[in-house]
Design a protein around this ligand. Sequence first.
Ligand code: HAX
Length: 433
Amino acid sequence: MILRDKISAQLPEWRERVKTLLKEHGETVIDRVTISQVYGGMRDIKGLVSDISYVDPAEGIRLRGYSIPEALKLLPRPEGGDMPYVGGLYYLLLVGETPNPEQALAVEDEWKARSVVPQHVFDMLRALAPQAHPMQLLSQAVLALQSSSVFARRYEEGMKKDEYWLPMLEDSLNLTAKLPGIAAFIYSLKYRNGIVPHPDPERDWAANFAHMIGVKDKTYEDVARLYFILHSDHESGNVSAHVTHLVASSLSDIYYAFSAGLNGLAGPLHGLANQECLGWLLDVHKKFGGVPSREELYKFAWDTLDSGKVIPGYGHAVLRVPDPRFTAQMEYARKHFPQDELVRLADLVFDVVPQVLKEQGKAKNPAPNVDAISGALQYHYGVREFDFYTVLFGVGRALGVTANAVWARALGQPIERPKSLTTKMLEEAAKGQ
Ligand code: HAX
């Protein structure tokens, strides 16, 4: 298998590199930690390693060194498509090299061969409470697949540590292959008739999601590819990525680990912000009977803040500029459907809200993040049930966290165990200054 062979070939050098770094420079100090960081959600403490992506506060994400526009340009695309194969992106994340079309298609073929979702997963989803949030369904579905974990079986049988990454890769491919079908089933179960068409062997991973969810407009295939690529990875410290890494560090398999990561993604300050953001846009639209004036929106934004709420889709823990994932989606919308009311509204919000947040003076970053626009694109194509949007985020996020998990295991990253302190200890440390 191409991914296994490519990673295998790189491993001796990588292992040597890490070993030498630790042996010769293990005691090198790279940062200091302040009391406000310890009490403040560990913000900006440099304590994780990922070679798969890096978020520069002043520029945004780079996936294996490529900015979003570069990656979208370089990755191979299907004939007639405007956006790259997600299989090519997965190749880039896992292997660290830009794939040629055959290599991107080899990943797509791996996914096709592994895409059948076991019946028990559907049966379990049908048995859940009708009011359950779609993110609960997604998390439970991933957990239900755990019984097929190759890693758990091989570990039980006994395997050498330097082989751990091989079943992790197998599990990761099996999991990611099934996610479009699971997500489409959740959508149909919650909002349609509970029936999902079979995947079409002629279509790629993302286009098959578009097909299974029932969106007829062919250009939605591009939107699906763009969406999953943009949401794939955002270095390792965000909640969903960090939780997945943390859980996997105890040698849990990827099903346990990613299910936990999804539960973090379901929080309104993280992935659920996309649903919240669309809800906020619709509230504005409803209140003013369309796109309001600048002044009306300015007041509405202040009313939101004054009521003690955050403005969803704005602000970021690391970024200090507009999120390039926002920009990529905004550019797509402006190019393909500039007259769409919600897109026009999202554009106006982009104009007004940063000013409001600056005036309030609390948010360190008043600029939009990925969630400020993603829902408006889905809404345009008729995917209007916005409590489903975080499921879409989860499908994309699986690509990044599984790629990281494979490499963490390949490089033998240990169980995570940071140290906690008491408030008294912090007070004493402060006195000692
Ligand atoms: N609206 C109102 N207030 C905001 C704000 C916003 N969009 N963004 C930040 N603030 C406030 C914070 O609530 C905080 O207030 P307090 O001091 O009263 O606690 C203050 O500004 C400082 O926060 P910060 O340091 O700038 O931001 P954090 O690193 O603590 O948090 C968040 C980053 C993304 C959680 C934050 O900006 C936020 O709540 N944004 C709105 C929700 C959102 O869009 N989340 C999605 C983020 C992207 C993501 O993960 N997607 O999945």
